[in-house]
Write a protein of this length. Structure first.
Length: 218
């Protein structure tokens, strides 16, 4: 059995606009999240180095709690799309652009050194309660003004902590429980192809009377 690749739907960060998670070592080990403006090289470039922006730094002990949750969410959606699942690498992991935005929303909410285990657990629950589009919007608003690593706790970054860490683990409330959500009326899918089910074979222990053709009435 082959291990999942150490990336999430981003096979070449040098050529794709995405995000890179780098794990540092040492006494103050951190997880750093960079936005990488990857692009294909031109035929006039003997080598190229995409521009990067450091968006977040979070302590490794916090990263070790939130990263499995992000992995589970990303892999769930990759499976739905029929794409290979991913995993976190020991040193660096490339993450596709939209997943990277969602990862940063969660990381920004719990990046402060004084965050508690209770707040992290609540933030994870509330992050799961948000739809991807809602996470993208939160990223856009936050990154526009306070999207650099050194701007933790400022403006929208502070607001993210207040929003995602709101409540306790025992609360019934979470951000997904919003009144007014529903769906449109179901519409028939013209491309739907029902899977063919195999006909079950008669078991040997079944009596012949279960499969006898009834005789015509005299």
């Amino acid at each position: 059995m082959h291990n999942a690749p150490a990336n999430f739907d981003c096979t070449d960060i040098y050529q794709e606009h995405g995000y890179l998670v780098r794990l540092t070592k040492g006494r103050e080990a951190k997880a750093q999240v960079f936005e990488v403006f990857g692009r294909p090289p031109t035929d006039r470039e003997p080598q190229w180095a995409p521009e990067t922006v450091l968006r977040c730094e979070v302590a490794r002990e916090i990263w070790n709690v939130v990263s499995p949750e992000a992995r589970a969410e990303f892999n769930r959606r990759l499976k739905l799309e029929g794409k290979p699942t991913g995993r976190w690498g020991a040193d660096e992991t490339a993450v596709q652009r939209l997943f990277g935005k969602e990862l940063l929303v969660l990381s920004w909410a719990v990046e402060a050194r004084d965050v508690t285990a209770e707040e992290i657990a609540v933030a994870i629950r509330n992050w799961h309660g948000l739809k991807p589009e809602e996470r993208w919007w939160l990223y856009t608003m936050t990154a526009a003004a306070t999207g650099l690593a050194h701007q933790g706790g400022m403006g929208w970054r502070g607001a993210l902590r207040q929003a995602l860490c709101f409540g306790t683990r025992s609360d019934a409330f979470n951000l997904s429980a919003v009144a007014g959500r529903g769906t449109l009326e179901p519409r028939a899918n013209a491309k739907f192809a029902p899977s063919r089910t195999k006909k079950s074979r008669a078991r040997k222990e079944d009596g012949p009377e279960l499969f006898m053709t009834p005789s015509a009435a005299e």
